[in-house]
Design a protein around this ligand. Structure first.
Ligand SMILES: [Zn+2]
Length: 308
C-alpha cells in the first residue's frame, strides 16, 4: 500500500488538461494514490479511462453531482470554456452560462462501471447551497437512484453534502443520513462477520457538526477532511477541530478535492493530489498523534472501504 491516498480528486477535469500526466505521476512518485471523481457522465467517463492509463494507484468513482441534476452555473475548471460546451451541454441566459441538468441513467453508469477500476458511486448527495425546493426534489431522485446502483454493484457511496451558508432550516447531512438508512443495502463482503461494522461510503470535504459526524459514523459512513481544516479556524462556520478530535481514527479519510481548496501552504494555487499529505499532517496535529501512525491508519481505512 502507498503512504497516502487522496480519496477525492478531479484530475479528470479540464483544469488539468495541459499537464494531467505530470500531476498524476507526481502523486504516484510521492507514494500517493488517487481516486478521481466523476460529477456527470462525461467527467465520470474520463475518470474511468484514466484508470486504464495507469497501473496500480489510479481509481475512479462514477456518478452525478447534485448540482448537475438541474440547471447550474458552468464551471470552467470542470468542463472547459463555455463555448466548447455550448453546443452540447446548455444555453446562455441573462445570468451567464448554465449547464443543462442531467437525468441519472442507471444503465449507462452500470455499463461504465465495467470499463475500468471503479471503486465507488458518486459524487452524489444533496447540495442545499441554493435551497430551491424544485431542485432539491430532483437531487433526491438522482441520489436514491445512485444508492440503488451502489447496492447492486456492492460499491460504497462517495458523498457530496453541502448546506446553505445561513439558512439552517434544512440540514443536508441529516437528510442524507435518513435516505441512506432507508435505501442502502451495502454490506461490504469483507466486513460481514457478526458484530463487525460495515461501511457504506464516505462524506468527502466534511463540514458538518459533531452531531452530523456521529450520525454518519453510526451507519458506517466514513468522514473525509479537506484543505479548509488547515485554514484559520472559523468555528462559527464549521468547528473542524472539535469534529476531528471526536471522530474515531478508524473512520477518518483525507481528500484534496483538486483543483479546488488547496491546503496551506499551497492555499490560493491550483490544488493537486500530492498535497493530501498537508491535510493528513493537520489531522495528526489536531488529534495530538504521530503523523506516521495517522497516515498509516488513513490508508488502512481507505483500503477497507474501497477494497483495493
Ligand atoms: Zn468533488
Amino acid at each position: 500500500m502507498p503512504k497516502y491516498i487522496d480519496i477525492h480528486a478531479h484530475t479528470n477535469f479540464k483544469a488539468f488538461e495541459e499537464d494531467r500526466d505530470e500531476v498524476v505521476s507526481r502523486a504516484l512518485e510521492n507514494d500517493t494514490w488517487v481516486i478521481n471523481i466523476g460529477t456527470q457522465y462525461d467527467t465520470s467517463k474520463k475518470a474511468v479511462e484514466m484508470t486504464n492509463e495507469y497501473g496500480e494507484g489510479v481509481y475512479a468513482c462514477i456518478g452525478l453531482h447534485p448540482i448537475h441534476t438541474g440547471a447550474s452555473y458552468h464551471d470552467q475548471e470542470e468542463l472547459g470554456s463555455p463555448d466548447s460546451a455550448l453546443a452540447t451541454d446548455g444555453k446562455r441566459n441573462e445570468q451567464g452560462f448554465v449547464s443543462r441538468g442531467e437525468i441519472f441513467d442507471k444503465d449507462k453508469y452500470r455499463e461504465l462501471a465495467k470499463r475500468g477500476k471503479v471503486v465507488g458511486v458518486g459524487e452524489c448527495g444533496l447540495d442545499y447551497y441554493h435551497m430551491d425546493e424544485d431542485s432539491i426534489e430532483k437531487q433526491k431522485v438522482a441520489f436514491i437512484a445512485q444508492i440503488e446502483l451502489a447496492n447492486e454493484l456492492g460499491l460504497p457511496l462517495m458523498l457530496h453534502v453541502r448546506n446553505h451558508s445561513t439558512n439552517k432550516t434544512h440540514n443536508a447531512y441529516f437528510d442524507i443520513y435518513e435516505l441512506i438508512k432507508k435505501h442502502s443495502e451495502v454490506r461490504l463482503p469483507n466486513n460481514m462477520e457478526v458484530g463487525l461494522p460495515y461501511y457504506k461510503g464516505v462524506s468527502h470535504f466534511f463540514a458538518g457538526s459533531v452531531e452530523d459526524m456521529k450520525r454518519f459514523v453510526e451507519i458506517g459512513i466514513l468522514v473525509s477532511f479537506a484543505g479548509p481544516i488547515t485554514y484559520k479556524p472559523k468555528p462559527e462556520i464549521c468547528d473542524y477541530e472539535a469534529v476531528i478530535r471526536e471522530t474515531p481514527l478508524d473512520m477518518i479519510l483525507a481528500d484534496t478535492d483538486s483543483p479546488y481548496v488547496a491546503p496551506v501552504p499551497h492555499r490560493g494555487q491550483r490544488n493537486e493530489p500530492s498535497y493530501v499529505k498537508d491535510i493528513v499532517a493537520k489531522i495528526a496535529q489536531i488529534k495530538g498523534l504521530d503523523e506516521e501512525i495517522v497516515a498509516k491508519q488513513i490508508v488502512l481505512n481507505a483500503k477497507r472501504l474501497f477494497k483495493f
